[in-house]
Ligand binder design. Sequence first.
Ligand SMILES: Nc1ncnc2c1ncn2[C@@H]1O[C@H](COP(=O)(O)OP(=O)(O)OP(=O)(O)O)[C@@H](O)[C@H]1O
Length: 577
Amino acid sequence: MSVLNNITADNPRSLIKPVFYTTTANLAGVIPFMLLVGAAKLIFNPFVHPDLPLDTARLWWVCGGLAVSLILLFVCEIPAYRAQYRDAYSAAADGRSLLAEHLRKLSLGYLNKRDPGELSNMLVGDFAMLEHGISHLVPQMIGAAVMPVLALIGLFFLDWRLALCLFAALPVAILLVLLTSGIQRKLGKRHMRAKIEASNRLQEYLNGIRVIKAYNLTGVRFARLERSFRELMRQSIRLEGMLGPIVIGAVTCIRAGLTLMVMAGVHLLLVGSLDVVTFVAFLIIGTRIFDPLTTALAGYAEIRYLEQAGERIVRLLREPIMQGERQPPADHDVELKQVTFGYRDQPVLRNVSVSMPAGSFTALVGPSGSGKSTILRLIARFYDPEKGTVTMGGEDIQAMDPEALLRKVSMVFQDVYLFQDTIEGNIRFGRSDATREEIEEAARLACCHDFILKLPNGYDTRVGEGGSTLSGGEKQRISIARAILKNAPIILLDEATASLDPENEAEIQKAIDRLVRGRTVIVVAHRLKTVQNADRIVVLDQGRIVEQGRHDELLTYNSLYARLWRRQQDAGGTADD
Ligand SMILES: Nc1ncnc2c1ncn2[C@@H]1O[C@H](COP(=O)(O)OP(=O)(O)OP(=O)(O)O)[C@@H](O)[C@H]1O
């Protein structure tokens, strides 16, 4: 991966405009400078050649030229400014959207391995650094190098001896920065790791603040957070402590060149082999190239640091997305054939084979952690199995376009996530082009309409963080309304484990009955009485299918299902498995 790809998040073209305009503006900036040298020459000429009068007419022309160059500079700097800011920010915004889009297409298995704090840090913090690189650092560094390079060429023609003195120490300064770039990189990496760790700990602390308070873990958790902050501070000091001397050392080398030039100039002047006008020109130019060179060297060190943020983004962008192009078939039979799967090394499903014919109702039951929800995730292709296949209409779903496959599936999860949006907007996630009437109809079928009308702004009430809060049962019904609106032929339902009040439970059951009518339904059931009428009940234990059949059939086996059933009956039908 090249430096340019890294610092632009794989979009080096985003640098073209900022660099072009900034370089043009810097080139235009050389004109007043040359005019200034010309003016100095005119003013000092009578001192060198006392027989010549001061050429006031040309001096006025130079002044006029200075005024014109000021306007030219203004005209050149406006597009440079616009290119630097507008284009850099829009490149970063595009990059962020691209990365967010890419994250959606990656397998959940990959995302599970990453810390959510690290990902949000990349999307916000790392991109902000690249924004700064594209808008400021790179154009300014290249722009800053323009003047010294031109000065180097011009001054060698004017007097090669003084030019040699002035630039003698520059290679040493450049070498110093380049030779230490390995150490800078290592320290930069450590600093970045400490930054990610601190942001992960902070996110963990904020997300878990309720649990931390409830269990009085404030001391323990806060100590972890504080440790990560301290480590970040240590790495920041180490990084700055290293960068500072390098940049100061490089700047001192450049300064040494200026001193050397002045000493040589005085000597040459005294022995009469240099005229005062040339010396004055060297003094003006020598002091003016000092600032841009310092900017360029310091900018280089900073770019090497932000390159690492870019490298992480580029690596993530190149992570292969879930493959598959075929459109799902019209037939909605679902089948798992000898499927083995684990989230990490631990196997969760072992050699599972189960067939769910189109239009049938299948219930997955079994003890907690037996792998029921995992089966739903594999059918929706959140993950691909390690061994075996999941098929739809007889075709392997791994060959299918994951997004097209998801259009065939409606999922109702245990924990419902409501976006920070209105109730209408939240239901609309089911189908973005739905009309208000269709949304209300779906809400009616999902038994939500009445409670929605009682909210302060009805369907326009904002929910989610910072909005109205809904009860667990109400959230469930909103998610069922979403699924009804989506109208997909396959329904995957993960029944809520939390106990609801009888009224809410009855409403949810009514909503589910309407949702599943005439579709291929696969339900993870915790309350066995809700799936007594299922076409097939699949009983899982430790990732294997131990029994399957209809309710009455399974009771006659007098095995795991019968035991679970009796236990729930004894507990009044409400106890969990
Ligand atoms: N994202 C994940 N990463 C790692 N392990 C996971 C993940 N999701 C689930 N597991 C583990 O896989 C096993 C099966 O989980 P799964 O959610 O499929 O069980 P389940 O039968 O649906 O359980 P429950 O009835 O409690 O919802 C459990 O041991 C669980 O800890």
